[in-house]
Design a protein around this ligand. Sequence first.
Ligand SMILES: C[S@@+](CC[C@H](N)C(=O)[O-])C[C@H]1O[C@@H](n2cnc3c(N)ncnc32)[C@H](O)[C@@H]1O
Length: 366
Amino acid sequence: MDSRSWLLLEHEDPAYRLPDDLRQHDPLGARDCGWVEQMRPFIRQFSRPGEQVLDPFCGFASTLVAAHLEGRRGLGYEIDPARAELSRERLRRLNAEGAEVIASDLLEAPPADPVDLCLTNIPYFGCDWPADAGPAQLYAAAHYEQYLDGLVERFHRIRDLLAPGRHCILMAENLRLGDRCVPLAWDVAQRVGGLFELCEERILLYPKPVEPLPAFSSRSDRSHEYALIFRKQGSTLDTDDALTLLRALRDAGFAFAIYGSFATWLTSTSAQPPADVDLLVAPDEDRLNALLGWLQAHHFRLSCWQQSLTLPIALADYRGRYYFRAERLDRSGGLLRLDLTFEQDSEPVAARLDRTQICQGLLVAS
Ligand SMILES: C[S@@+](CC[C@H](N)C(=O)[O-])C[C@H]1O[C@@H](n2cnc3c(N)ncnc32)[C@H](O)[C@@H]1O
């Protein structure tokens, strides 16, 4: 891959295209099947030979075919059993023995081992999926927010499987639904960008014959899509800035405990610099609203599971969501991120507290 921000895809190699007899078995006629060629440069650039490439929405296994051709191990999840079987047959015909297709949702049967690269064409919204489907089939989502939440939930899990510094690359395009333009690629960039660091986008171009447009029409032939390149945070925060903020919060009378990587860094000289600050706060609606209001007044963007918060919040609406996030970006690109965990009794927090230290130095008893 070179530094150009776009990739021109003009030729699909017939040797690796989805065979026509397999295509005919699909309820959508495999119109959502991508190109092996679109995946290969990303696999070469963002993984090493022998490493594992995960596609959580593997469809017809185009990513797994590309991984096989580049000497990587492909692991795919496809929720539709018939498509999973088409994928396996396609891989068998190419003798791609190292590739595995799991006919399931990744949340149901997550991989046991870490993965080195996640690369996928995300399912689109509004595709009128014709086959039987359970609630996990994102093609069958009736509403856009429900669809975006479903995507975010799966990328949350994928983040745990990737080592820091490794990449998660999503191919997505903005959509036209009826007369409405839906900025799906940008919404996904924003929502998944709350889980990973967005590093770059590349534009993939698939030239088609052009047609003249009537005056004032804005419709394009949509012969492009975006490859959104995310990285699991390798970047660190400005620790002086974070300490200044924590002191200001303490001086304003807010009660919190520091835990996680920031607490470890504060108490050990050899620890890695942290990427964010984890705070444990009491699940008290009034105090939380006051704290969130203070952060908002100090130019933090507030969210919960990548959705913006409107104050005041009713805590009961956020049961099972564990934490609020506050982020402030400065003009040199520095990001100060605080995760405010409010459900102390929840399983995940209890487990995390076992593994980490609460920092007594800055602890203010609630
Ligand atoms: C855009 S297609 C992938 C096509 C693939 N890139 C290819 O070229 O072969 C997205 C796929 O995601 C699958 N899917 C949707 N929700 C899923 C879920 N929760 N888990 C696994 N697969 C899912 C759909 O059935 C669909 O086949």
